[in-house]
Design a protein around this ligand. Structure first.
Ligand code: FES
Length: 144
């Protein structure tokens, strides 16, 4: 068995660093992204026409139940049913690096599975939130 000095001389540096408990990466953080470069991925939707979604269409059946959600990829939107009266709508572009396609939802946060960053389902967080109004089964999204 090698003693500690021999181990440190012969082991590769990443193993030594990991053995000493020094974190190598912070890519798996679950906190909101607030770095300056996150603004690089904010969409400019000015001028985009309002979108009306018929929630009786089977494509939106996940939104019938509170807590249901979907990634509406063709319109670049994340939608989540907050209550009987409210559906929140977000840009599905990840604030981290802009990916749109690998979201999961746990009831309060969306997690982008590209690097496992999580974002609150509240408007005012890192995900761009759009104005959405629900009138019966018609959801209208404005992109002002
Ligand atoms: S692109 Fe990195 S967490 Fe979404």
């Amino acid at each position: 068995m090698k003693n500690r000095r021999d181990f440190l001389k012969t082991a590769c540096k990443p193993i030594v660093i990991a053995a000493l408990g020094i974190p190598l990466l912070e890519a798996c953080a679950t906190e909101e992204i607030s770095s300056d470069n996150s603004s690089d991925y904010i969409s400019d939707d000015s001028g985009r026409a309002p979108l009306t979604i018929d929630l009786t269409n089977n494509s939106f059946s996940n939104l019938q139940e509170v807590g249901g959600w979907m990634n509406y990829i063709s319109e670049s939107l994340l939608l989540v049913r907050i209550s009987e009266e409210e559906i929140r709508v977000f840009d599905n572009r990840c604030p981290h690096q802009g990916n749109r396609d690998r979201w999961v939802y746990d009831g309060s946060e969306f997690t982008c599975q590209h690097h496992n960053n999580s974002f609150s389902d509240t408007c005012g967080g890192s995900l761009k939130c759009y104005t959405a109004s629900l009138n019966g089964n018609a959801l209208t999204v404005s992109f002002d």
